[in-house]
Design a protein around this ligand. Structure first.
Ligand SMILES: Cc1ncc(C[n+]2csc(CCOP(=O)(O)OP(=O)(O)O)c2C)c(N)n1
Length: 558
């Protein structure tokens, strides 16, 4: 006879789980007791929100399922922001939560919360396990759902009596999963693929608009092959950065609200938009009626619900991005001549490079470029949310998929630092850097305790402007510089790091940037860099909310 807790741990092992990020409490004591002798590594974070983000960072960096664990009530509720973050960006995580015993469900018992109810809108699926006999099968299904089709978070709520009661031993592991009503489509429809190829062959100004779906499906090589075979330029979303090498001649960088000029002009003028693993987010499209106004649209996505959601499309293709791109490549007989179009785009690129004022002061763009120069694409960058995120997206050259971890859909401040911790466990061979704002870093600053305890070599680069910078930027531009509650008092981040036993350096001059970054990267443990940047630096280009994406402001700055 083995307990539910033991069954759970064995089921997790069977799914290949090697690391769990979590925080204990009363209702998960049986699980923690089982973890004590288990070969699964458990990382004790300092806040459950960080456990969820760390599981998410682990998943994004590795392509495997990330796992987090929390107790019932407050512990489970603290996971919610992390679960919602993973949901919005289609990240595979399995969240395990303790629950009060089944007999007390619905009684407002101590530390009870209806976590399956609370997370219903932000999980791909969730379970409340009421019978220990269902546990094995539930774990298997949860991992299957999290990692197949469009990836997403799945929650399993585990009442304490379920983890303490016994199942009959010697039962065979459950067979392969087959779920009625859940049959993701992987292969694109051949007729649709041929229609797409016909449009591609006739297009004079085609453009690929690539998103997170390319990264999730592991389709980077296919996308690059397709772009090179057809000489079609590629622009990526925030989530798609790294899907193609940022320094590839056909790459236009990011499009949208903070996109490059060449990308936004190209979208506006293209006659065919090939949307691959994207969802026409409003941060990308700006005013939707003026987005790619002259283009026929091919939309490839594994989730049929995404197709036509925000924008009517001419050729919908439901399927796994990798499988569909392979089919396109296999069936392609001819393609158009894009030489004139590529030349026009290259002129835009040359005329409108990303610029920032270089007057000897400490500017964030310079710091990001130096970091990019030092890492040469061989590292993982997590970001927080705000200006720091956009400066990194624009000025760091991402060369590979799964090297960029950022909360795109939910825009969660405090995401980056714990995500970076998760990424380290997924890819211990790579340097991991969290680029942070001083506001965002303070949202999960307690995780300095975690990196100190486990000597996790995550480097934190704080672009410290003593403002909630992105909100301040909007106040400057659209609210007549009325900085309502966006100024933050100075914080001595180096002292805070030191208090946890972590090294840190404050940098106030441009001259010190390279040396400080090199010192941090060379250190074998965690490191905090506090860069005191120009306080009112802005992120440009910028498309004001509601404008068309070729109506950018701040583009003539030197
Ligand atoms: C949890 C959360 N609360 C509020 C916001 C709204 N918000 C977006 S950007 C931003 C400012 C971020 O400031 P900071 O982290 O200092 O970064 P900076 O923009 O200065 O680089 C805020 C408050 C958010 N995205 N997430």
């Amino acid at each position: 006879m083995k307990t539910g807790a033991k069954t759970l741990i064995e089921a997790l092992r069977r799914e290949g789980v090697d690391t769990i990020f979590g925080y204990p409490g009363g209702s998960v004591l049986p699980i923690y007791d089982e973890l004590y002798d288990s070969s699964i590594r458990h990382i004790l974070v300092r806040h459950e929100q960080a456990a969820a983000h760390a599981a998410d960072g682990y998943a994004r960096a590795s392509g495997r399922v990330g796992v987090c664990l929390a107790t019932s009530g407050p512990g489970a509720c603290n996971l919610v922001t992390g679960i919602a973050t993973a949901y919005m960006d289609s990240v595979s995580i399995v969240a395990l939560t303790g629950q009060v015993p089944t007999g007390m469900l619905g009684n407002d018992a101590f530390q009870e919360s209806d976590i399956t109810g609370i997370t219903m809108p932000v999980t791909k699926h969730n379970y409340l396990v009421k019978d220990v006999a269902d546990l094995d099968r539930t774990v298997q299904e949860a991992f299957y759902i999290a990692r197949t089709g469009r990836p997403g978070p799945v929650l399993i709520d585990l009442p304490k009596d379920v983890t303490t009661s016994h199942v009959k031993s010697g039962e065979a592991a459950p067979g392969p999963v087959s779920l009625r009503g859940y049959q993701p489509t992987y292969q694109g429809h051949v007729r649709q693929i041929d229609k797409a190829l016909d449009l591609i062959a006739r297009a004079e100004r085609p453009l690929v608009y690539a998103g997170g779906g390319v990264v999730h499906s592991g389709a980077s090589a296919e996308l690059l092959e397709f772009a090179e075979a057809t000489a079609i330029p590629v622009t990526t979303t925030l989530m798609g950065l790294g899907a193609v090498p940022g320094d590839h001649p056909l790459c236009l960088g990011m499009l949208g609200m903070h996109g490059t000029q060449s990308a936004n002009y190209a979208v506006t003028e293209c006659d065919l938009l090939i949307a691959v693993g994207v969802r026409f987010d409003d941060r990308v499209t700006g005013k939707i009626e003026t987005f790619a106004p002259n283009a026929a649209i091919i939309h490839i996505d594994i989730d049929p619900a995404e197709i036509g959601k925000n924008r009517a499309v001419d050729v919908p293709i439901v399927g796994d991005v990798k499988a569909v791109l392979q089919a396109l490549l296999r069936r392609m007989q001819k393609h158009g001549d894009t030489a004139n179009w590529v030349a026009r785009i290259n002129t835009w690129k040359a005329q409108h490079p990303l610029r920032y004022r270089d007057d000897g002061r400490l500017r964030p763009q310079y710091i990001i470029r130096e970091l990019s120069d030092l890492l040469k694409g061989e590292g993982i960058i997590a970001s927080e949310v705000g200006q720091n995120q956009m400066w990194t997206a624009l000025h760091y050259c991402f060369r590979k998929p799964r090297t960029w971890l950022t909360s795109g859909g939910l825009g969660t401040m405090g995401y980056g630092f714990p995500a970076a911790i998760g990424a380290h466990f997924a890819r211990p061979d790579l340097p991991v850097v969290d680029v942070a704002g001083d506001g965002s870093f303070q949202m999960n600053i307690q995780e300095l305790g975690t990196v100190a305890q486990y000597h996790i070599p995550v480097k934190v680069v704080i672009l410290n402007n003593m403002y909630l910078g992105m909100v301040r930027q909007w106040q400057e531009l659209f609210y007549d510089r009325r900085y309502s509650y966006t100024e933050l008092p100075p914080v001595d981040f180096v002292k805070i790091a030191n208090a946890y036993g972590i090294e840190g350096i404050r940098v106030e001059e441009k001259d010190g940037v390279r040396e400080a970054l090199s010192a941090a990267l060379a250190a074998d443990g965690p490191f905090v860099l506090d860069f005191r940047i120009e306080r009112e630096e802005n992120v440009f280009p910028m498309v004001p909310a509601g404008a068309a994406i070729n109506e950018m402001i701040g583009v003539h700055q030197e």
